[in-house]
Design a binder for this molecule. Sequence first.
Ligand code: 0RA
Length: 639
Amino acid sequence: MAKTQYNADSITVLEGLEAVRKRPGMYIGSVGTKGLNHLIYEIVDNAVDEHLAGFCSEIWVTLEADGSCTVKDSGRGIPVEMHKKGVSAERVVLATLHAGGKFDNEAYKTSGGLHGVGSSVVNALSERLDVKIYRNGFIYHDAYERGVPVVELENGLLPVLGKTKETGTEINFLPDGEIFEKTRFKAEWLKSRLHETAYLNPKLMIHYLNRRDGENEQIDYHEPDGIVAYVRELNAGKEAVHEPIYYKGVSEKIEVEVAIQFVDAFEENTLGFCNNIFTQEGGTHLMGFKTRFTQLINSYARELGILKEKDANFTGADTRNGMTAIVAVKHPDPIFEGQTKTKLASADATKAVFSVTGEELTRYFDRNLEVLKGIIGCAEKSAKIRKAEEKAKTNMLSKSKFSFDSNGKLANCESRDPSRCEIFIVEGDSAGGSAKTARNRQFQAILPIRGKILNVEKASMDKVLGNAEIKTMINAFGCGFSEGYGNDFDISKLRYDKIILMTDADVDGSHIDTLLLTFLYRFMPELIYNGHVYIAMPPLYKVIPKKGQEQYLYDDKELERYRKNHTGEFTLQRYKGLGEMDPEQLWETTLDPERRVLKQVEIEDARLASEITEMLMGSDVPPRRQFIYDHADEAEIDA
Ligand code: 0RA
């Protein structure tokens, strides 16, 4: 009698999860490392929902030694009671695909993961998933394999493991190697995400524990100062113009919370969130904030006589020069759009943020005149530079618009079909020369660059645009560029499907990669987001055995493996740089699409990259090297 009854309902249940296994990308974005990490975020988001509903103060996230992940929370516990479908509600939560809101519960409307789905998706994509529920004084247990329950129910209800005074949910899951390309969670991304969650939920305590071999680490994320602390952290190490400004309010049933702090720098860093979700592509909430902020600064500047009657208004970008801001809204029923569904589209969010910002910032500036003057000072600086640079830009572009290669170094390819074309940015003239000989001129263009390119973080706009290397790249790519003050970028004009950085496998080469990536990130970020940027991986060694095949080895691990698996005598040739390879070798190892190894540059998210870029371009060298090395294994291999 204790046997599980598979009735019609449970069959549809299984079909529901099959859909997830068939098209995982639809539910978690991708089956790469990003999608893999997303599994953890789905469960954590559910726990955060419990927090938002007022029932959960702590979350424990553990990367286990066996490669699985455990997420435990002190919420109410997933309901275990009999559901109208005839089984424990837990089975309905974990084994049915929920279209949208969880359990028709109004309290849950302000929550939700990126794709609006829940734990059942994680269940479907896990080789195994084990759940313990602390509720009603008991610990209940259930388990699944690839979404299929493997625990027998008793009259439809879960078995009890024991008694408890606690409440909450504990889910341990192992991602399915049949679904994911790699099953190793990226700890750095997870930590960054958990920290962000802590900033956005100041009353929440998140315990992170890494038990994986050689990585043991334990961090508690608790940020009682919330987004004010977040802004401080983003600005750490920079010269602040004032103490952070904080305000919140409710309008149109939308909760609005904002923290702002200006620093003495020519950059803007405004991050938007809706219901705890980072809106990478921005949206209506930021629009409302920016519009009202610009209006306020302009009207105050006139009132104070800083802008005279004849003066033009500050532009929006002027008023945000040096700004770091977080705009977080809680929307009862948000609409997301955009390529990655991370752009808030709800029109009422514009109104709400506009109105709360107008009211609260006016109140603040009226009482803090010095802060206001400091912020207007940032706008004045920006306007001055903008005017000078607009001039420089017109001069520069009018000179070079139609000269395709301003210093004659580019060896372009013959094809004009961008989907086939590749451009190699090659370090050094000698490697550049070899590459020009070695390439397939049909579709491979070579652009040699000499030494270290300009550090765009430190240089002014006219200097950047005056730099020969950069000018040549902009002209060669053909898609223009975007920068704080204007946007001429048009990806549809891109002349090459792949932009491949080809530098020596040493620290100098990595430094050049970093400078090039910084340039691309700042001026043409879409190229990175859309996966057009690659790093070529030239081999480190060539082994020439007495008997048998010569072979290229791409890193020390491969060499180690080779030594283990080969007994005979062999000569080992170490390449110090690309320049040491003759054209034929260069073709075989680095240019030939059939044999080369490329890493696609993937930026997990713009924030992380921007932080790293700034950190890198600071004056101290050690973290810079560290990044370069760390970054090297981040990118996914595209052989
Ligand atoms: C459905 C309904 C309720 C809570 C949950 C699901 C829930 C899911 C997860 C996933 C991880 N931790 C979780 N905690 C709770 C409402 C519970 C109630 O009304 O008692």
